[in-house]
Design a protein around this ligand. Structure first.
Ligand code: CTP
Length: 401
């Protein structure tokens, strides 16, 4: 999605705050934003916050001479690849359905010749109201795209459908409109991603685990799907939502993760981002271990299967591109190079976990890309989403489309 231009219309709803994250994450993925902030929208987010994040002027007034002198509402609506209305209030949608043009947002929406994506957000009763549903049906018939609303707890305290969908999902919808499926670089490719920690049972209530959040692996799965790949994400226990457009297999132990990966083969691409426990208790107790009664003197551990190694050396179904991670505290590049060789990978992303780059649980990551045939690339520290997008662009380049 290079340098695609979004005209974002921010309506007046509490969900307006989520559009700040939408802008930030969208820009990381190469989108450029111009924004119209309605008067009601400006009650929830400030023009300064919006312009700081979008690094662009915020438009709000239809009759402002300065705005019209710089860029008229017609140009504003035409110089975008896509118009996104988020949050779309019941009132904004009613105006759109009726073709009103009494402020900058409605006038621009009437004047545009570009696709329009609407992310509704309102109280569940308002969403279900026949008037709103009539407007939605009208807008759909007019070719307007919708994303959400989602169900769940509302800021107003009620529960039901009406919550604005999360920024990641809106971005996926934007992507789906801007890049038709057949033109995505990984269309027709299958990918397997492992993510998160594994839990190795000690007894029915206790386990060995690690601090992996799954953020990096989930971001890679989402980016692969956005690039058109058919993705199976095999995830250990995490508290993240499922990435849009990805088939998720939830597992607990390393052995279950290995089985789910095997079941997902064949694939063209495998990215092992999971922090798989290297060892598990030799015997998981069937009943809860009781203090004083059968307290174990020491935990006997046995080695878990190495999933990445299994893929890299797979006798029949080795994916065309096998990518692993190497978290090291010392001799980063030498250890990562040895791991690349030992596990039969094409690429290893090495991260230094000694400097506290916040790899585990944090939102940012810094890696070096080692390949069997190319010099080491050191990438700057970046957001895990951005890293995922960059990695997937490299994968698409490598697989030749
Ligand atoms: N990995 C895996 N299965 C395992 C262990 C690791 O698939 N049982 C994968 C991870 O997903 C990661 C890579 O192997 O992509 C490197 O993991 P790491 O824990 O750094 O490597 P280890 O095999 O544990 O090597 P060492 O203990 O020497 O650091």
């Amino acid at each position: 999605m290079n340098a695609k231009r979004i005209l974002l219309v921010i309506g007046g709803g509490i969900a307006a705050y989520k559009t700040l994250e939408l802008i930030r994450r969208g820009r990381e993925r190469g989108l450029a934003f111009r924004t119209i902030l309605t008067r009601a929208g400006a009650e929830f987010v400030t023009p300064l916050a919006v312009s700081s994040l979008s690094e662009s002027k915020v438009y709000s007034d239809l009759f402002s001479l300065t705005d019209e002198a710089e860029i008229g509402h017609i140009r504003l609506s035409r110089e975008a690849d896509l118009v996104v209305v988020a949050p779309a209030t019941a009132d904004l949608m009613a105006k759109m359905a009726q073709g009103h043009a009494d402020d900058l947002a409605s006038t621009t929406l009437l004047a545009t010749d570009k696709p329009v994506l609407v992310a509704p957000a309102m109280n569940p009763m308002m969403w279900q109201h026949p008037a709103t549903q009539r407007n939605v049906a009208r807008l759909r018939a007019d070719g307007i795209h919708f994303v959400g609303p989602a169900a769940g707890d509302m800021a107003c305290g009620e529960v039901g459908s009406g919550r604005m969908t999360e920024p990641a999902e809106i971005l996926a919808a934007i992507h789906a409109i801007l890049v038709p499926p057949g033109e995505r670089p990984l269309a027709g490719r299958r990918a397997i991603v492992t993510s998160g920690p594994t839990h190795e049972a000690i007894d029915p209530v206790r386990y060995i685990a690690n601090r992996s959040s799954g953020r990096q692996g989930h971001a890679i799965a989402a980016a692969l799907a956005a690039a058109g790949a058919e993705v199976t994400l095999v995830s250990g226990p995490v508290s993240l939502p499922d990435p849009p457009g990805v088939a998720v297999r939830r597992v607990e132990s390393a052995r279950a993760m290995r089985d789910a990966v095997e079941a997902a083969l064949p694939a063209d691409i495998a990215v092992c981002a999971a922090a798989v426990a290297d060892w598990r208790p030799a015997q998981a107790a069937e009943a809860k271990l009781k203090k004083g009664r059968n307290q174990p003197a020491a935990l006997e551990l046995v080695e878990n299967p190495d999933i990445l190694r299994g893929l890299g050396h797979h006798p029949q179904m080795r994916p065309e591109l096998v990518v692993g991670f190497a978290a090291e505290t010392d001799d980063l590049l030498a250890n990562a190079a040895a791991k690349l060789e030992r596990k039969g990978c094409d690429w290893i992303l090495a991260n230094d976990v000694s400097t506290g780059s916040g790899v585990f649980g944090g939102s940012r990551n810094r890696v070096h890309l080692l390949g069997s045939e190319a010099p080491v690339e050191s990438w700057p520290e970046m957001d895990k989403d951005e890293l995922a997008t960059r990695l997937v662009a490299r994968i698409a380049e490598r697989l030749g489309r």
